[in-house]
Design a protein around this ligand. Sequence first.
Ligand SMILES: *Cc1c(COP(=O)(O)O)cnc(C)c1O
Length: 718
Amino acid sequence: MNPNATVNVKAALPARLAGLKRLALNLRWSWDLDTVRLWRRMDPDAWERSGHDPVRMLRGLERERLAALADDDDFLAHYDRVLADLETYLAREGTWYARRFPDMADAGAVAYFSAEYGLTECLPIYSGGLGVLSGDHLKAASDLGVPLVAVGLLYRQGYFTQRLDERGNQLEEYTEARPRDLPLAEVRVGGRALVVEVPLPGRTLRARVWRADVGRVPLLLLDTRVTGNRADDRALTDRLYGGGTEMRIAQEVLLGIGGYNALRGAGLEPRAYHMNEGHSSFLVLEHLRRLVQEDGLALAEAREAAGRALVFTTHTPVAAGHDHFPPELALQHIGHYGAALGLDDTELLAMARRPAEEATFCMTCLALRGAQQANGVSRLHGAVSRSMWHALWPERDSEQVPIGHVTNGVHLETWLAEELKELYAERFGRIWPEVAQSERFPDRLASVGDRILWGLLARQRRRLADFVEGRLRAGRAVARDGMRLDPDALTLGFARRFTPYKRATLVLRNVERMAALAWAEGRPLQLLFAGKAHPRDEGGKALLAEVGRLATEGPLAGRVVLLEGYDLELARALVQGVDVWLNTPRPPLEASGTSGMKAAANGALNVSTFDGWWAEAWREHNRAAAPIGWVIGPEDVGVDPLGGEERDDSDAAALMRLLEEQVVPAFYRRDEDGLPREWLARVRASMGQLTPFFNTGRMVGDYAERYYTPALRVPTPA
Ligand SMILES: *Cc1c(COP(=O)(O)O)cnc(C)c1O
């Protein structure tokens, strides 16, 4: 790739601070506390106003301020340190990957495709869990030295900005980010902006390409705001999950096929491809076309070679989460691949046919047939997926369906509280992330005494209380007038996409009983909620309004806050500050979930139905003297989607009983030193056992071992 990309920072930086551009344009700052502190100290208010975007902040800083900083020895020492650290990080040779696979040095890169990336709050190209997982995946790949290059779309308006009126009704706002205000560089090749062209019905779509550097991993983002495109095509990359079916298929053609060619145009020649969810599975067709037309393989050989080089991850058992299109519409968009591959329309459509639903072009089916490596995202979800897609392999038993699992994780350096990172750095040294991801972590954690641990959790809770009060003052939360948070009260958090199966209001069903708990003299409890509903999900919006109503009227008002605009910043504040993380999906509809992993790593205890990652955590990582948290309702589920509402009553009752009989007493039972010893034993068990496994270092390592390196070892066609 041409490193000569145009950079976006135009502020006239003093020569002594010229490296700020380089620091701003590599997103490694987003998980490096020392660099974030550098941005913050340059101008704390400007840092907040910029939406935590160093490019925008630098652009707006006064010349005098920059001159003063260039003359401030303390600041300069800090600046030199983080810049040198970035260079060391980027140049490191003995990475995990290099040590683990010494024979793979020249084996090439894996291209990772995802419709969304949650990397940092200033880059609004994510909606929720899928995006955050993709972002954390790239960061961990960079840390481990896994040779990844990534592709996505640059949504200028993002998903949407959520506003809540004073009753909790969601309003969607769309504001536009300008690429020049973002930590992006335009990709140029031979002195000219790279443009990829993709055929769409009756026209050619053009896209330019931006690049975000995620540590060592380049992420290419396609942008159709290009002169020459039709008006609707210029708006194609405005919004994530925004338009109707036609817009969706065009976006997916752009991602899968345009993305494939953007990589080649930029001179990145990946040898294997990872489709993170079915949005990018049109790349199967483009890869086959290339093997047949450019490399001269027969279709059967091409299918075999492609299958071995492609990896596919499915992310949900919810039917609506799997894209499908009317076959006629699909043919209008990708029908030309028939001629290229020597297939008629029926044969081409058969590649994406969903058994028993002949008249759909199913993106998940195309990916499952195209990729020989396929996986779900937790042990339970692997089994649910094998059952769900069994019809594609009717001759096999369900257990033999070729879908495995790689359990999700979270990027610890992104998600851990500052207080905790400092403590770990002090106790375990600079290599603390390695310690936290190793088997010896529970023992090392034992060296942190109860008093220190409890003090840490109290500081984290207080910071959350301050954060929420700031949001209340700014009118960015729904609560009873004048409500204040109690920084010493047991604090529960629930934040996720608002959609019926996640049951946001399960904990609020019995209002009187909950109010009795919340207002109990001497042992109060408070609840924080946040989440977005998809603009067309009326059920999800009704749940938001229900939480908003309970936050403002009736006996729970004053103990419940609904925070506006769930994003990475708010997610960090919540998972780092709460005592209990609530997770109440109807099993087995939650493929994994990752917010509970973030909360656990920060010392919160999970209270969750037996689903997704929690089923696995409970069964396989629950071996200490104290349990790692609590399970709501029955401890086993079948793999066939129940999703039934009949469980709601019994789960709500089980949750109330847990809170009344176990959670609240354990939190408030203090010994003569004022410490909740039983609570802390659970916190220790949870942090110690869950952190080393439910992180993206382990996860990306699993992908590298089981899928990436075998895919990279496939010989290239002669
Ligand atoms: C972690 C995260 C998610 C995913 O968490 P779930 O447990 O799957 O809901 C969604 N949105 C944001 C902003 C996150 O940080």
